[in-house]
Design a binder for this molecule. Structure first.
Ligand SMILES: Nc1ncnc2c1ncn2[C@@H]1O[C@H](COP(=O)(O)OP(=O)(O)OP(=O)(O)O)[C@@H](O)[C@H]1O
Ligand SMILES: Nc1nc2c(c(=O)[nH]1)N=C(CO)CN2
Length: 166
């Protein structure tokens, strides 16, 4: 079954509760979560004048194709109250597709692997926890290697491990 890596993030409201609700909905609508990283508190990247985020990475087994995954996670974001206000702005929940097996796809709607994952410590740190030896299919480097070379030095701190348990 295809293996999918998702990044969850949010910096508004009850951040742990939104992550928990996202995990529960993903498990029923996308597929079983086979690994979950701990939850990290991370300084806002890109647009820095906003509250810090909680981020977590999930490995999910799914029978959905990539476009169906995108449709489903957009619906979950909508159900949980996500409003698209501004690019890189504050949000209650954001769900990004990081990898879908070894697929490389660039269309207007969907880019896999996520085009900026190698530039974002808030993504690489939780990803490294559950998939250190995963090889990026375009960059041909492992997640551990990408993390060492990541130019971003924003703070990424462990926040909660118990909530990351399955
Ligand atoms: N790998 C991907 N995962 C999720 N959405 C993607 C991906 N590639 C392209 N998209 C497109 O991006 C849109 C969502 O953009 P969104 O508003 O979440 O961007 P953002 O979270 O502000 O920024 P970023 O994508 O840089 O994290 C989706 O509707 C989708 O069509
Ligand atoms: N720390 C952190 N910063 C961000 C995040 C995020 O999830 N975590 N998401 C963004 C838009 O996708 C922009 N900036």
């Amino acid at each position: 079954m295809p293996k999918l890596y998702l990044l969850l993030g949010g910096n508004l409201g009850n951040r742990t509760l939104y992550l928990q609700q996202a995990r529960e909905t993903i498990a029923t609508q996308v597929g079983p979560i086979v690994q979950a990283s701990g939850i990290y508190e991370t300084a806002a990247w890109g647009k820095t004048d906003q509250p810090s985020f909680l981020n977590q990475v999930l490995e999910v087994e799914t029978q959905l194709g990539p476009e169906q995954v995108l449709q489903t996670i957009n619906l979950i974001e909508h159900e949980l109250g996500r409003e698209r206000l501004e690019h890189w702005g504050s949000r209650v929940i954001d769900i990004d597709i990081l990898f879908y097996d070894d697929l490389v796809q660039q269309t207007q709607r969907l880019t896999i692997p996520h085009p900026q994952l190698h530039l974002r410590r808030f993504t690489l740190q939780p990803l490294q926890e559950i998939a250190p030896n995963l090889v990026h299919p375009m960059l041909q480097q492992t997640i551990s290697e990408l993390l060492i070379r990541c130019p971003d030095d924003l703070e990424v701190n462990p926040y909660s491990y118990s909530s990351g348990e399955l």
